[in-house]
Ligand binder design. Structure first.
Ligand code: ADP
Ligand code: MG
Length: 311
């Protein structure tokens, strides 16, 4: 069974339990809170030898990354992160200095975005480190960005350069742990303030964060919005390779769609506010047989890209 069919199965098994919460399927679950606001919830686990090698990352980097990937999912809803819960299982030899360094990293990032740590769990592990973070965000209902809100005609945007992290993972696995890309892989800079800012814009429609590569993640927006897309390969922002940019995981940059009519204004407002550019990489189309049409300078190319799946 694939990772996505397993999640789909879970979704179906629990769908008959009535709930006010908008559950499985987006970057966060949405729970109404007060008249016109909601809280959003997400959780992500990091497992030693699957998500990281303790020999190739410092504990401090890992503390920051464990939190960052969760803040990224909160930002992808257009929400502001407010609190987290942290569960950590570690072997005896990691309970001293390593654990302190980990917490230092986690605390640095918590302070940077004023996100409180409100609880968690600490336990011994007999097989490596396992970290699970739950993040909670707050958002005005009008600002919530869901995956299902893309419309035909929308322009598709990548929030920043893609593929650096995938190159970094390749470097690390090849034993080259100190390259620029390896450092980016261990220290992702998710678009936290940017997500909240994009949330407040009516011209932005669907949004998610890129954790498995655009080729895979865009399909979630397409399926949930019942649309297709064309992607302009020559516009994909990358400085390593197009394969890293489309199929590589762990960029933690935003992917979103917006009204074509105001897309120039959106680009210039974003650059003015944040000092760097977002990139128009394609267009949402009415639903057709193919999910994604890959084009290069206006011409269809006979290639396909896939993203990362855990199993
Ligand atoms: P993301 O990459 O944004 O963290 P995922 O691809 O991990 O999202 O998950 C997709 C959706 O499936 C999310 O809404 C997530 O909460 C849900 N999900 C994933 N695994 C489980 C699980 N074991 N039980 C319930 N929901 C899950
Ligand atoms: Mg996500």
């Amino acid at each position: 069974m694939s990772e996505f069919s397993f999640i789909e199965k879970i979704r179906n098994t629990f769908s008959d339990i009535p709930s006010q919460v908008e559950g499985i399927g987006d970057d966060c679950a949405i729970m109404p809170s007060g008249k016109d606001r909601s809280l959003v919830y997400t959780t992500d686990a990091l497992v030693e030898n699957v998500h990281f090698l303790t020999a190739a990352t410092t504990a401090r980097e890992l503390g920051r990354k464990a939190l960052m990937v969760n803040l990224s999912d909160v930002a992808a809803m257009g929400a502001k992160p407010v609190a987290t819960l942290l569960s950590i299982a570690m072997p005896k030899e990691k309970t001293g200095e390593w654990a302190e360094e980990f917490m230092l990293g986690y605390s640095e990032l918590s302070h940077r975005f004023s996100v409180a740590l409100i609880g968690g769990d600490t336990t011994l592990s007999k097989s490596g480190v396992m970290i699970s973070v739950t993040a909670i965000g707050e958002v005005k209902n009008a600002n919530i960005k869901r995956r299902r809100d893309a419309s035909a005609g929308d322009i598709i945007f990548a929030g920043d350069i893609l593929g650096d992290s995938a190159q970094g993972l390749k470097d690390i696995l090849a034993g080259d742990t100190q390259t620029l890309y390896a450092q980016i892989h261990r220290n992702p800079q998710a678009q936290i303030l940017e997500g909240e800012w994009l949330g407040a814009r009516e011209d932005v429609h669907a949004m998610m964060d890129l954790s498995d590569g655009l080729a895979s993640d865009l399909r979630h927006i397409l399926h949930q919005s019942s649309v297709s897309a064309e992607i302009w390969l020559e516009k994909i922002p990358h400085r390593t390779s197009i394969e890293n940019a489309l199929s590589g995981g762990e960029d933690y940059k935003l992917l979103f769609t917006a009204d074509e009519a105001s897309s120039r204004k959106l680009c210039s407002d974003f650059s003015e506010r944040f000092g760097y550019d977002i990139h128009a990489v394609g267009r949402i189309l009415q639903k057709q047989t193919e999910d994604i049409l890959w084009k290069e300078n206006g011409v269809a190319v006979n290639r396909t890209f896939v993203g990362f799946e855990h199993f």
